[in-house]
Design a binder for this molecule. Structure first.
Ligand code: AMP
Length: 305
């Protein structure tokens, strides 16, 4: 099975307390697509300007990422700039330039509308709706979001949450979205809004997965010694999860397969933060993913899942 991924494709400037790099490949769809492509073919939907480097297109092409849904138009690619504090957890957005994104309408090329798995990576909820309107009976739909949309597009986000099978968001967004301090209460409250599954990411503390029948899974994070750039960890997690589901679920998507997908998403995210941009993610191979999955299992004692 393939995964349809829509989201941002960006050029990022990133500063940590140890290093600074400019004009890096970024964006929720870039991280999501490269991550998912470790497990399944990807249909990518997004937009770039004529300043977008050919080497990044080359990277997408070298993976199983179909680019028929990638619009390349005159103008500048979406740009984002952020700075991380010492804890590598707190981040400040320095600037955002929508550029070609301002007039973006995602349009699915022929064949994409029947993609069975859909990942609406972080992007304005109205655009996520636009993609959902075009797909035909997908088996499973996942949406990711961010604080910005909770602040400025709440009504559209509420409607989106009611339309998808799974919502992914981080801990502070879950609290902001529900007004609950307890993440367990927040997860349950979001499920009551529509999605059968909710994943609440907790950065270096792992992830909580909520399912129907009060099912619950607490996944730790893979403990890393060196984190160089946390950008895109959430998008990489979502892409890995979606790609794993596409490759490994037959028939109904059960809580058990989702638990495994969450662990695989976490494994991919742990590779991603080891280098700036997609530098580590683009070199990781299936043997390294399997090896880290096994190590993760043994140190976290979840051999049975
Ligand atoms: P994450 O670290 O998972 O929050 O994702 C970081 C990526 O999201 C960066 O590569 C940015 O280019 C991208 N990004 C930042 N702001 C936005 C936005 N408003 N819409 C879509 N993508 C964004």
């Amino acid at each position: 099975m393939s995964v349809l991924i829509v989201g941002s494709i960006a050029l990022d400037d990133i500063k940590t307390q140890l290093a600074e790099h400019k004009n890096l490949l970024g964006g929720s769809a870039s991280y999501g697509a490269v991550s998912a492509s470790n497990f399944s073919p990807v249909n990518l939907v997004g937009i770039v300007g004529d300043d977008f480097p050919a080497e990044h297109i080359g990277l997408f092409k070298s993976r199983r990422i179909d680019l028929a849904g990638l619009q390349s138009v005159p103008g500048k690619t979406f740009r984002w700039s952020g700075e991380y504090m010492w804890d590598m957890n707190t981040r400040e957005t320095r600037s955002v330039a929508l550029n070609v994104f301002e007039h973006f309408t995602p349009k699915l090329p022929p064949g994409y509308e029947s993609t069975p798995l859909v990942l609406l990576a972080n992007i304005a909820p109205d655009l996520q709706h636009h993609v959902l309107d075009q797909v035909r009976q997908p088996r499973f739909t996942i949406a990711d979001t961010m604080d910005l949309w909770i602040n400025i597009a709440r009504e559209s986000l509420d409607r989106l949450v009611a339309r998808v099978d799974m919502l992914i968001l981080n801990d502070s967004e879950a609290r902001q979205f529900t007004g609950e301090t307890s993440l367990v209460k927040a997860g349950k409250k979001i499920r009551a809004m529509g999605p059968r599954y909710v994943a609440v990411k907790k950065g270096e503390h792992g992830c909580l997965l909520f399912g129907p029948e009060a099912e619950f899974f607490s996944c730790p994070a893979f403990p890393l010694e060196d984190i160089h750039d946390p950008t895109g960890a959430g998008d990489t997690f979502a892409g890995g999860l979606a790609g794993y589901l596409a490759a490994n679920s037959k028939g109904d998507i059960s809580f058990d397969i989702l638990k495994k997908a969450v662990v695989h998403g976490s494994v991919l995210a742990s590779f991603n933060v080891e280098a700036f941009s997609l530098e580590r993610l683009k070199t990781v191979d299936s043997a390294q993913i399997d090896e880290r999955y096994r190590l993760f299992q043994s140190i976290s004692h979840f051999e049975k899942i």
